[in-house]
Design a protein around this ligand. Structure first.
Ligand code: ADP
Ligand code: ASP
Ligand code: MG
Length: 424
């Protein structure tokens, strides 16, 4: 018998009608002879609503209490789905994260899973019943409820699949799989039949929220067969897999974007050892995560230093730097919290040069100027003005012919012969 872990996201359980639909799907899979464990998210919008209630009372609510609050959303949907399954004559039993002992560290609101106790799940399965497990939550050593960060139900599902050595982990959502870019932004976006873990990890970390990054990490590490599919339309979805010979031979597989960016520049920093440390030390002391860092060549003993960060941290970071201006010896600090990041991702970049050049050319033809660039082996990211986001993503999607299956190695312009990876 095959064991499948299925996860249904917020829009898939948005109301009672949809929960009944999910129950029909689960019942059909059960009747087809599969053993099943089902993970559900809170109803669409519910986690945001709860967040708003907490923040409405206090601007700085304690993370422990926020976790108690936020975990309530999933407690509602597990019970409703179990009730809907029972109504269909399918034995099911709902469990909170604590009940199946999804043990995490105590980093409230962004906890990491440490271990999962299989016994309860195995027991339930052995009785022919379907465990319906609350996504996004766990319990720490002290017995306190924790949550796994936004989108964390994906990670619950993959972690359960890894623990139970499931045959497949299926992530059911409101689109038909992983696309070349967010199909809500670019209607021509194409569903990928397969994508490598590496590419999916980059897309997730660069802003594609179709899968939580930790879920992809986990699946890659424990080799969990992972598939993204639609709750509402039949289909094969997208398989996330290790690279193999049958993979589509695209240079660029997908485009990710992130709206939550901000950029800060320190002007006229004295060029001396320790300059970057003096700037970023107080920022990391405040637990602010920095993304891209660009330091230019010094002229007349001074340089400019730019970095990007999450928009939510922008004001705090500016305040810290203003207060430290003297210590750093910088002339002034400027910033912009109306910027976004657009990234091209593809394992094919390793063996192809000219991708960056083609990207810059396409953006320049669309009249979009680039503020910052960062590259790695399989991605190129640019920071641009917020108002250019949609045009930028659409332009690149078209320039790299992502709407059609890759026929051959494709670049918009003949590139230099040098093999150069993303930067060539
Ligand atoms: P769920 O509530 O099911 O977890 P999410 O909203 O977290 O669903 O993730 C699905 C959404 O991810 C889609 O509705 C889509 O807008 C967005 N998305 C972003 N990038 C992509 C992509 N490359 N492929 C598919 N969906 C994407
Ligand atoms: N309900 C949580 C959220 O909205 C977890 C999830 O849906 O994956 O982030
Ligand atoms: Mg999600």
């Amino acid at each position: 018998m095959t064991l499948i872990v299925q996860k249904y996201g917020g829009t898939s359980v948005a109301d009672v009608g949809r929960i009944e639909h999910v129950a029909d799907k689960v019942a059909a899979a059960r009747r087809a002879g599969h053993d099943l464990v089902v993970v559900v998210s809170a109803m669409a919008g519910e986690t945001d609503r709860l967040l708003g209630l907490g923040k409405g009372i206090s601007l700085r609510p304690s993370a422990r209490e926020m976790d108690v609050l936020l975990s309530a959303g999933e407690q509602v949907t597990i019970a409703l789905l179990a009730i809907a399954l029972e109504k269909r004559g399918i034995a099911a039993c709902s469990f909170t994260g604590a009940q199946v002992r999804i043990r995490t560290d105590n980093a409230h609101t962004k906890a990491r899973i440490l271990a999962i106790d299989e016994d309860k799940l195995r027991d339930t399965l052995a009785h022919g019943s379907i465990p319906v497990v609350a996504g996004f939550q766990g319990v720490d050593e002290a017995g306190d409820i924790t949550t796994l960060g936004r989108g964390g139900s994906d990670t619950t599902a993959v972690a359960l699949a890894a623990t139970l050595k499931a045959d497949e982990c299926q992530i059911y959502t409101d689109v038909e799989g992983v696309y070349t870019t967010d199909p809500r932004m670019v209607p021509e976006a194409r569903r990928l039949e397969r994508i490598t873990f590496e590419e999916m990890l980059e897309l997730a970390s660069l802003g594609s929220k179709v899968l939580q990054i930790r879920a992809v990490e986990f699946a890659g590490k424990y080799n969990v067969p992972l598939r993204v599919l639609s709750t509402f339309k039949e289909g094969e979805g997208t398989l996330i897999t290790y690279e193999d010979v049958t993979m589509e031979a695209a240079v660029v597989s997908g485009i990710a974007f992130n709206r939550d960016e901000a950029e800060i520049t320190l002007i006229g920093v004295p060029d001396a050892p320790g300059a970057a440390y003096r700037i970023l030390g107080p920022i990391s002391d405040a637990h602010i995560v920095v993304d891209m860092i660009v330091q230019n060549v010094a002229r007349e003993g001074r340089l400019d230093f730019t970095f990007t960060l999450h928009r939510n941290d922008y004001t705090q970071a500016l305040d810290i730097l203003e207060a430290n201006l003297k210590h750093m010896g910088a002339k002034r600090v400027i910033g912009n919290d109306r910027v976004v990041k657009i990234s091209l991702v593809g394992v094919g970049m390793r063996s192809h040069s000219g991708v960056a050049t083609s990207m810059f050319q396409a953006l320049s033809q669309a009249g979009i100027s680039i503020r910052l660039v960062a590259t790695s082996e399989i991605k190129i990211s640019v920071v641009v003005d917020e108002r250019h986001l949609e045009a930028g993503v659409r332009t690149l999607h078209e320039a790299f012919h992502l709407h059609e299956p890759p026929q051959q190695d494709y670049l918009p312009q003949p590139a230099a012969m040098r093999k150069g990876g993303a930067t060539g």
